[in-house]
Design a protein around this ligand. Structure first.
Ligand code: DGL
Length: 271
């Protein structure tokens, strides 16, 4: 039993979609979130920069005395080396493992699609794991860089014509390939779940990595004796590297009913 907070980080505010899920499944846990709003997006950078940023984000969270670290960012989850994560003083998880397992369990025809940032798709992270989980799996992966700015600019209303067009442009090859499972491998995509689902069709299972990772976190904490015994009353504190005002504007979009909590700006370059 451990009442220290869970640390969650992301390149920006998209990772709040994972915080929303954590608050839902673990309402007794305190959460500290860092969103690197001053340096987002990570997904268009090369590996070295992404790893350097992830190290600073992790160091900041460790200074907050967190008991467990969740990288909500698909890009970091696909890039930060597992060997380095294993040396951290607290358990660390990204979102790739739980999402790949959920996709492996969901697929019936062995055809799985993956969408994410350019860095996530370049890493091949989801496909590598899927191949170990589902022998003979056929994967099809596509970067969808325009979806992040569309979400950040609020183009998430159902049937939005611009977003609908961009979804069709990116996802047509995946639909034509007959994937029956699609991993929404980027923090922002769950906000487009309805529109992506409408385009892909009802028979296609959509996997939300933040959601399945949040669902797995309770068991992961319990297995390590790190769960907070409290069943309700958890709090959330938010830190960003750009102005706190930018957080306020996006909070409702990403956190929904779970909006609320203190927000503070920190100088992440100093970590
Ligand atoms: N959070 C990133 C991800 O899930 C998307 C935004 C970015 O490119 O930094 O990959």
């Amino acid at each position: 039993m451990d009442n220290r907070p869970i640390g969650v980080f992301d390149s920006g505010l998209g990772g709040l979609t994972a915080v929303r899920q954590l608050r839902r499944v673990l309402p007794g846990e305190d959460i500290i979130y860092f969103g690197d709003t001053g340096r987002v997006p990570y997904g268009s950078h090369g590996r070295d920069i992404i790893v350097q940023y992830a190290r600073q984000d992790i160091r900041f969270l460790l200074r907050q005395n967190v008991k467990y670290i969740l990288a909500a960012c698909g890009t970091v989850s696909s890039t930060y080396p597992a060997a380095e994560a294993a040396t951290l003083p607290v358990p660390y998880t990204g979102v790739v493992e739980a999402a790949a397992k959920a996709a492996a369990a969901a697929t019936r025809n062995g055809r799985v699609g993956v969408i994410g940032t350019a860095a996530t798709i370049r890493s091949g992270s989801y496909e590598a794991l899927l191949h170990t989980l589902v022998p003979g799996v056929q994967t099809m992966a596509r970067p969808c860089p325009l979806l992040v700015p569309l979400v950040e600019n609020g183009y998430v209303n159902d049937g939005n014509p611009v977003t609908t067009l961009v979804i069709a442009e990116y996802l047509t090859p995946l639909r034509d390939a007959g994937v029956d499972t699609l991993i929404l491998g980027c923090t922002h995509y769950p906000l487009l779940k309805k529109m992506i689902g409408d385009f892909m069709g009802k028979a296609v299972a959509l996997i939300d990595p933040g959601k399945v990772t949040a669902n797995a976190t309770g068991a992961a904490l319990a297995a390590r004796g790190l769960a907070n015994p409290r069943k309700t009353g958890g709090t959330a504190r938010f830190y960003v590297s750009d102005t706190a005002e930018s957080f306020a504007a996006a909070e409702a979009l990403f956190l929904g009913d779970y909006a609320g909590g203190s927000v503070e700006r920190i100088p992440i370059e100093e970590y």
